[in-house]
Design a protein around this ligand. Structure first.
Ligand SMILES: [Zn+2]
Length: 245
């Protein structure tokens, strides 16, 4: 992926004590070019980490280790993972999110190139920061600031997340599962994960030679070495079938 740096002066160095835990999807309400000049002007006092054009072009305005100014205002938030201090004050979401802008406005259709590029970029962020690639951690701006409709009415968040997970089968977050009980033995040290793919959070780790019971499997997990079969356990963990016999 080709990422062009277009550095913005509008950011806070570092992230205080926080780290990226979620990704906020925005729509520019304009063009990539217009957003470049808006974010590069110190007068605007706004930025995001990335901007993606309709043709799949990616511009980076702020480093992921720094705090961009994209979702600092809060109004009637619906996002369940929004953080508060112990005395009930909201913590600025900019400190623990990555902001990604998309070319167009609230009413414009997303191009295939924009979906594909956004998904690839988000997948890398999820891997880099161990962010689960799900609807709780990939959110629309309006879920923090309800006075805006950002990222608009045309983006299909479930489709975007399905693409992040490397599959067109996960549409609407549904994974087709086959219930079938059984037992397998780990061939190697194996990660248990929150979903059927390496983008999902590691929930546990087991050594080689351990017997694992499963409740069923999907053939629609992330394909690893040509194999997309993942088992799931009674506890809701997933593990790749290539790591067991
Ligand atoms: Zn926004």
């Amino acid at each position: 992926m080709n990422i062009t740096p277009v550095l913005s002066p509008n950011f806070t160095q570092g992230r205080r004590t926080y780290r990226p835990e979620a990704i906020v999807i925005h729509v520019m309400d304009g063009t990539l070019k217009g957003t470049d000049s808006w974010f590069c002007s110190a007068l605007s006092q706004v930025s995001a980490h990335y901007g993606i054009g309709k043709n799949g072009e990616v511009h980076q305005y702020v480093d992921e280790i720094d705090t961009a100014w994209h979702a600092g205002r809060i109004h009637d938030p619906t996002w369940p993972l929004i953080k508060k201090t112990s005395d009930g004050m909201y913590i600025n979401p900019n400190y623990y999110t990555i902001g990604v802008e998309h070319e167009g406005n609230e009413q414009s259709e997303w191009t295939d190139a924009m979906y594909a590029t956004s998904a690839e970029l988000i997948r890398k962020m999820c891997q880099r920061w161990s962010i689960p690639a799900d609807r709780l951690h990939i959110i629309g701006h309006h879920e923090i600031y309800s006075l805006k409709n950002c990222p608009g009415f045309k983006v299909d968040m479930d489709k975007l997340i399905a693409l992040v997970n490397g599959s067109t089968q996960h549409v609407n977050g549904q994974i087709s599962k086959t219930e079938k009980f059984g037992k397998v033995t780990t061939l190697t040290r194996l990660n248990l994960r929150a979903g059927p793919g390496k983008v999902y959070k590691i929930t546990n780790m087991v050594n080689a030679g351990i017997q694992l019971a499963y409740d069923g499997f999907t053939m629609q997990g992330e394909t690893v070495n040509g194999n997309g079969k993942w088992f799931y356990t009674e506890e809701g963990n997933w593990f790749w079938s290539g790591g067991v016999k």
